[in-house]
Design a protein around this ligand. Structure first.
Ligand code: GLN
Length: 195
């Protein structure tokens, strides 16, 4: 039995928990999902998800609750981590915004709200390296990745700008993979490497 942690200071917790369960099911794994709201839970987790929301709020709460250090240790231990949208911003090396205290567990810089107001939210069928069929990706005030460090693989892009990346055990998406029934991103991040 694996323990999955979903950071629950803000964002789509129930949807991510459901997607993790579906992905685990498909890979023949059983998983218990824990919500992470305070320090002490992350060290017991085998896999970890940081959802979207508002990156300034999430990073502030992570620091306040002292979860930030636990997340850095978790990533450094090589355990699988999926960070989505605001989660990607928080996980980055630099978000170009002093109000976001980044975790620096993913060697990328990001541009917040890169798609601007006109394209606030949109859906795109994305070709993602590692997935056979396109993925229905929902973008909501999404960031893009600007600068990609040496160990970072770009898995997908929109108009030539990276929107899905992997650095070893850490997968980041600018979109919200929990908003459709398609749990393949959760599978890719958490179970494909070990299956
Ligand atoms: N625009 C948000 C931010 O900068 C992210 C949006 C999201 O997570 N859907 O934090």
């Amino acid at each position: 039995m694996l323990t999955a942690g979903v950071v629950a200071v803000q964002g789509d917790v129930a949807e991510h928990a459901a997607a993790i369960r579906r992905a685990a099911d498909r890979h023949g794994e059983s998983v218990a999902v824990e919500t992470v709201r305070a320090a002490g839970t992350v060290p017991d987790c085998d896999l970890l998800l940081v959802p979207g929301g508002e990156s300034t709020t999430i990073s502030g709460l992570l620091a306040e609750e002292r979860i930030d250090e636990e997340l850095r240790a978790f990533a450094a231990a090589g355990k699988p981590m999926l960070v989505t949208c605001a989660g990607l911003i928080v996980a980055s090396r630099d978000a170009g915004d002093d109000r976001v205290a980044t975790l620096d567990v993913l060697d990328v810089t990001v541009d917040r709200n890169a798609f601007g107001r006109q394209a606030d939210s949109f859906e795109a069928d994305l070709d993602i390296s590692g997935l056979e069929e396109p993925f229905p990706a929902v973008f909501i005030r999404a960031p893009v990745v600007d600068d990609v460090g040496e160990g970072v693989e770009v898995l997908a892009g929109v108009d030539g700008r990276p929107v899905a990346v992997r650095q070893d055990n850490v997968v980041g998406t600018a979109f919200h993979p929990e908003l459709t029934d398609d749990a393949r991103i959760h599978g890719l991040a958490f179970f494909d490497g070990s299956a």
